[in-house]
Write a protein that binds this ligand. Structure first.
Ligand code: HEM
Length: 170
């Protein structure tokens, strides 16, 4: 776990802090629909896009911090890192899949894409699983933090399964 204070390696702490917040806000985005079903508060949906984009913003900053502080924009090194370190590979896949979701989050795209918009945005489920695998594969010893996030994601995804099978979709 990185130091809450910037600690001995401040650049690493920045990369990690941005990754942490990216993941936390991603999970918060996924919590909006269950919360709305629980409370019946329709206004929450308006917040969802904003929170989702916020999460993307942190994740892009996390990627950028890695490219800059970890690799100094050495593209050959970056390419090797993507091929050689599975946690980097899966992180890249997650960001690559998240990008079309961020781009198509505007009202215009929602209207133009119709049913396909919903289909495309189902990608958020594998993306969040990949993000958590990224965290598990990154840590070497203490897996308590990724385990906590995995538990939260399991609850959020189970709620959807129950709701689809037995609930009345609101
Ligand atoms: C959806 C996309 C992503 C999410 C949600 C995410 C989230 C995270 C999280 C939560 C951590 C652990 C922070 C901690 O130790 O507390 C982390 C670490 C890290 N991530 Fe990501 N990440 C994503 C994509 C990427 C990508 C695309 C890269 C680079 C290509 C990347 C590079 C790193 C690196 C290098 C670390 C560890 C830094 C170190 O060794 O100290 N991540 N990420």
């Amino acid at each position: 776990m990185y130091q809450e204070t910037l600690g001995a390696n401040p650049l690493e702490a920045i990369i990690r802090g941005l990754g942490d917040w990216g993941l936390r806000i991603l999970l918060l985005t996924l919590a909006i629909s269950p919360l709305r079903r629980l409370t019946g508060w329709g206004q929450l949906l308006r917040l969802r896009r904003m929170i989702g984009l916020f999460s993307y913003f942190y994740i892009v900053l996390h990627l950028f911090a890695y490219l800059w502080f970890d690799q100094f924009f050495d593209w050959t090194e970056i390419w090797f890192d993507i091929l050689e370190r599975p946690f980097i590979t899966i992180g890249m896949v997650a960001v690559a899949l998240l990008t079309p979701l961020a781009i198509t989050s505007t009202k215009g795209w929602i209207r133009r894409m119709g049913k396909n918009w919903k289909r495309l945005h189902l990608l958020i489920y594998p993306i969040s699983i990949f993000a958590i695998i990224h965290f598990f594969w990154m840590v070497k010893l203490d897996i308590s933090e990724p385990t906590l996030y995995a538990a939260i994601l399991t609850i959020l995804l189970s709620e959807r399964v129950f709701n689809t099978l037995w609930g009345k979709r609101k």
